[in-house]
Design a protein around this ligand. Sequence first.
Ligand code: AMP
Length: 619
Amino acid sequence: MAKVAINLSTGSIQQEEIIVGIDLGTTNSLVAYIHPDGRRPVAINDQGRGTIVPSVVHFPGGGEAPIVGTDAKDYLLTDPQNTIYSVKRLLGKSYQDLGQHAQDLGYKVIDDNSEGLVKIRVGEKFYSPIELSAEILKELRIRAEHALKTPVNKAVITVPAYFNDSQRQATRDAGRLAGLEVLRIVNEPTAAALAYGIGLSPDEEKTVAVYDLGGGTFDVSILRIQQGIFEVLSTNGDTYLGGDDLDRTIYEYWTGQYQLATVLFQNPAAQQQLRLLAEEAKRHLSTHESFAADFAGTTLPLTKATFNELIQPLVERTIASCRQALADAKLTPADLNAVLLVGGSTRVPLVYESVSAFFQQPANNSLNPDEVVALGAAIQADILGGNRRDVLLLDVTPLTLGIETLGGLMDPIIPRNSKIPTKAGRQYTTSVDGQVNLKISVYQGERDLVQENRKLAEFDLRGIPAMPAGLPKVDVNFILNADGILKVEAIELRSNTRQAVEIKPQYGLTDAQVEQMLLDSLTHAREDVAARMVIEARTVAEQMLYQVERFVAKNGQHLTEAEISQTTTGVGELKAALTTQDKDTILKAVDELEELTRPFAERVMNISINQAMAGKKIE
Ligand code: AMP
């Protein structure tokens, strides 16, 4: 997004900063920006090398700088041990998370501490997936700077809808390591819909499905777009399903049908070569009926019919996710105005046909499926740059967030598919007399037992005054910002003991860095201010209602009948205002109720309740 501005104090012409949109993909990555002529999103093609940068990093050894992209991809064949691909699958993950998938990679993933985050060994050095992703981002930044002839310091980066907190934070960190200020982490399907131009005019009302089958991940999302507001109604998918898996079916078919064992045995280069040949066959069959190639003296053929049979179960799995996403959104195919295809693997004819058949309408594949997400990210960057003020994005959290309660049970606080940014809380108490510390363990996941979910953080609320069990009142609040990053706080209400939570992401960021990241994300969430203000107004209103209702229940005997009836009317009005989703209406009703109740609140209540009724936030 390049704009020219005149600096009035110096009279000089300044070029406004460019904010790029980046699709950091499992297989391929791209960077896009809004072209000043025509203000259309364009994927950057530096020096005619194409828009797609394979997400592959090669370490030449001897202290030389890593090579990224197509040149690095060539080394998958000749030097697989020093050539890292699909690193996105490892972002924010522990070795335990990877399980059997660790063995499928051509390079070495270190298993020194199965609870910690994975490291990748290249020669004598160890790299984190964040560092490797940063190399890819750096390459994209350099290409953008070279092509646009201007420094690029700010970006919007997309992630799959299923990325959890740790993965989103890891992506942010990778951006920072690459010298980019990450203004926003955006879900890929949201970016894709933007690229298809959906939601850019304020009067538009649409419900769409976004089906994204890339190289390594699969997402389907149901979005509703209303009055310029993007809302993700549901998401579903599989972070271990993509074009790589289609390739693998061909690889396994060939190795099963032909005597390739001796060639492949202990020969990583031959294995990679066969993997690339399988991908070539797949691509070929998107536009042809049959494929054949020579491999180590053996002809390997594949017809489209056989290919379709091989991949049928995988395609069916994606359709099952579509079914679930529709059910979560409580919709039927007839409710959808469009089905959008994203990701290179949607070029496979069986995928197109199956998706169209399931949704009972021809899917839209009019945009280049490789570029869609990056183009949408560029549009999001444009929105953040303040150039499209009427567009507002709301996302959902893909997994439930909650805390561990007695018996190792998961107590959900923010359910999956909740719109973000959001804030939710619940009250807890102690289980033992005289208990002065309360351990709060934060989990993410859908299972009833926390041990089956993913632990995000654990902290102690200390300094609770000794009281009989059940007497302390501990409010635990979850604040999920627009990037899907979580902050947790706990407050003991009787003593006002509070603890700012130290969520320690597993890849070892310092507390100060985490805090900085949270601050960054809040500072830069400019275009969501309106949405957040409504949410904040609602929070104030809900706190007010809670306090007033509690006040009346406790102190009813001190109030006159007229005061009680006025309060009931005021409460009714505030509840009605809450249904409007209009910040000003809600805050006006809050003020009125506050005005109404203040005189008798002052009369009967002590100072602390008085403050609560004045709508003070417990933060
Ligand atoms: P993406 O992650 O969106 O870049 O998608 C990359 C995936 O799309 C890889 O698995 C590619 O093999 C696959 N792909 C790209 N072009 C084609 C094509 N013409 N037919 C089938 N699959 C393709």
